[in-house]
Every structure is written in structure tokens, then in C-alpha cells.
Design a protein around this ligand. Sequence first.
Ligand code: AMP
Ligand code: ZN
Length: 468
Amino acid sequence: MALEFYNTYSKKKEEFKPIKEGEVYLYTCGPTVYDFAHIGNFRAYIFEDLLKRYLIYRGYKVLQVMNLTDVDDKTIKGSIARKISLDEYTAPYKEAFFEDVDTLKISRADYYPEATAHVPEMVDMIQKLLEKGYAYRQGDSIYYRISKFPNYGQLSGMDVSQLKAGARVDSEEYDKETAADFALWKGWDDDDGDVYWETELGKGRPGWHIECSAMSMKYLGETFDIHCGGVDNIFPHHDNEIAQSEAATGKRFANYWLHNAHLMVEGRKMAKSFNNFYTLKDLLNKGMHPLAIRYVLLATHYRQQLNFTFDGINAALASLQRLWDFYETVQSAKEGDSGGKIKGAVDKAKRAFTAGLDDDLNISPALASVFDFVKDVNRVLNETGISHEEKQMVMDTLEGFDTVLAFVKPPDEARIIDEDIEKLIEQRNAARKNKDYAESDRIRDLLLEKGIILEDTRDGTKWKRKVE
Ligand code: AMP
Ligand code: ZN
């Protein structure tokens, strides 16, 4: 079956065909580092992570770029309020972003270009647009002339004539030929403090949209395969990116545009401005497991709105626990021969998993295939047991699913290998025999710290993994 994505540009599902066979060039709009990201933002990054991981599962090589917006009105305002440099202001938010990315098992992009490190590339592009008449100067600033780009608004389906008549769509207060023209370059003023670049365009700083055009093309080429972001990015940000890039190069900018729907709280988009947001740390401090958060953000199809609830997180943890317990069950399964049933279950699960995700990353059937697999294998384990090779086959299948979902395997931090556990239990038994209870308690506590619960029974000491 073919891999298909819903393309916002054509407004239909299309078969995915990369420009270079076997390779995918992917750009994903990244965070503005003026504050900590909230988990609505992470819904976007986790959807993009699923996309990338699934492309890799499907055998593609993926090159992913995600920008860091480290200069804009908000970062400048924040740094001035705190009386520190822009770099000092954004540094801790960049660091926190990467920490959260790792905690949520989002695989890292190949490049995280920072806007402040790519001003020359943006200046070059703006100059090209000036030369070609797509840009004009107004005072110390430079604007994009949307009337010169006939396809303007194609992605969002926005009616530009409405925009001309209507209110400004961008927040800048400068004079423009038409209201929807947007800033490519913002001339310096007092509000910018010491944040500016002296360039051939004058003293100032780049606008937000030009950043993504210049940096995506630098790392991915003038035309690349997939561009992603949340639906709020479609207009004006992505329409503006298309207008700038295609005017500058005369070529198509990106072939597939994929957008995720929002994470909602009581009917409203989770957003800083509505003050209805949680950062990842907020949730971790409430004792929530990061992988349960990942599960919740992933388990609803990316184009459907998702309502955030604490109950949802708790239910997710229960589902994960089933997977993690299963891992242990298989490890310690009794020897037997299923007579080909395991092979059958593996084939069925892999087929259903791929069929689901091939269909525009339809996650529900893909997750169902994983849980059905657990059920099917459990049945076989109870009936006949499995051979060593079959056990390996089951493990490999789980491993494969885990490369896409990254929550199938029990979390690393809880994992201490079975052999080490057995060794420590032997040491503890020896200590108990010698009535060295301090030592035996120490070993019990050590294991507990690693998430291993001991139970002393008449048949000896049994152990199981605790799931946090
Ligand atoms: P920002 O830092 O606001 O530019 O947002 C970074 C990314 O998060 C963009 O792709 C946004 O579209 C996305 N985003 C922001 N809020 C939400 C939300 N509530 N749900 C899903 N994605 C969001
Ligand atoms: Zn962008």
C-alpha cells in the first residue's frame, strides 16, 4: 500500500513521493524561546516526531531541520525587562526546550538553526526580493508586496481582497502599501534596545517569516519535501514563507504541507495568551509520567483536536503499564512451540500497524495493532509457551514498534537487567543467612530505587518491576 499524507496545500490526501528516492527533507517550525514551551507546543513536536520516526521505519533517510526563533518582539521585550542581553535571556529557554525534547523521547532534529546566527542569509534573500520588486522599503523597514505574488494565500485559502480591506493581520504599526503586506526587515527603534544588526539593509532585525524561508532553504535546498507546523502557522506564517521563497527562487518551496490540530483545554486552544497552559515540568511536578504525556499527545490523530485532561494521562499510564508488563511476561515466558502462531501474530500486527500509519499517520488502528498483538501473544503464551526464536521474534516486533512510538519498551531509567537483579538477590539472600540485616535491607532499598520490588515467599524471593 502507498504512504499517503493530507496535504494542506492541495486540501486532499496524496501519495507521498519524495524528490530524491529514499530520502526525505523535512522542515518543522520550532519554538520561540521567550518562555518555556507548553505541552500544546509539544503536541506539534510529537506529531512531527511520529512523522519522522515512521518515515524512518518505512526505510527512508530523513533530514530534519527545526528553527529556534531567538529574536522577535517577545524575546526583545523580555530581555529589556530583565536588563540582560538577548542571548542571556534566551539561553535558559533553549536549554529547557532540549531537556523537554529528550524527556518526551522526541528524536532530535539534524539541525536546530538559530535565527540570530542566520541574519546574513536572510539579508541576502531580502535583497533578492527587493531586486525582483517583491519587496519595498518604507522608512527604515522593508515589506513584502503581496499584490505582486498572484498565488498569495493559496495554502490557507485566504481571500486577499478581504485582507486589503480589513484589519492588519500582523502586529507591526508601520505604514505599508496594503494592510496584509508583512515585514521582512524591521528598522531599529528605541523599543529594540541594543538588539540590532548593521547590514546592507540598514540597522535593524529580520521579521519572523523570512527566518524560516532562509534557514529551511539553507539546509534543505530551494525545494524540499515536507513542511510542518500547527494549524495556527498556516496563515499568515506559512503563506508568507511560500510567498517569500517562491518569489526569490522561482521554484516550488515545499511539496507537502502537514499541520497538526490544537491541544485544547475546555474548548479553547492551549496558549500562553489564554493562560490555560501547562509546561512539561508542571505536569512532571504533579507526578505524571513523561511517557504517559507522550502517549496522550500521540494517541489522537494529528488532524483532530485533542482535549487535555488529567484523566486522559492516567488512562494512558494504564495502557502503557500493560505494554511494559507484557515485555516482562515475554522475557520470562515458558519454553514451548506455538506451531507458527507467533509468526502469524507478528505478520498480522506489522501489516495493521503499517496500514494504519500509511493512511495519513492514522494512529488509532496502529495502536490497536500493538495492543491486539499483546493479546494474541499472551494467548499463545498461556496455551503452548514459545520457543527461543519466537521470543526473539516478538521482541524484535516490539522493538520495531518502539522505534516509531517510543513508549512500547519500559522506560530506560527503570531498567536494570535481569542478570544484575538475580545477582543482587543472591547477595541479599547470603546476607540474610548471615543475619546481616543491614546489608540485606540495603540491597532491598537499592533495588527499590531502581524500580524493582522484592517479595519473599516460601518458594524464595520473587521480583517484579514497579511502574512509576
Ligand atoms: P510557537 O512557539 O507559538 O511559534 O509554537 C510552536 C509550535 O507549536 C507551532 O508549530 C504551533 O503551531 C504549535 N502550537 C502552539 N500552540 C499549540 C496547541 N495548543 N496545540 C498544538 N500545537 C500548538
Ligand atoms: Zn516557521
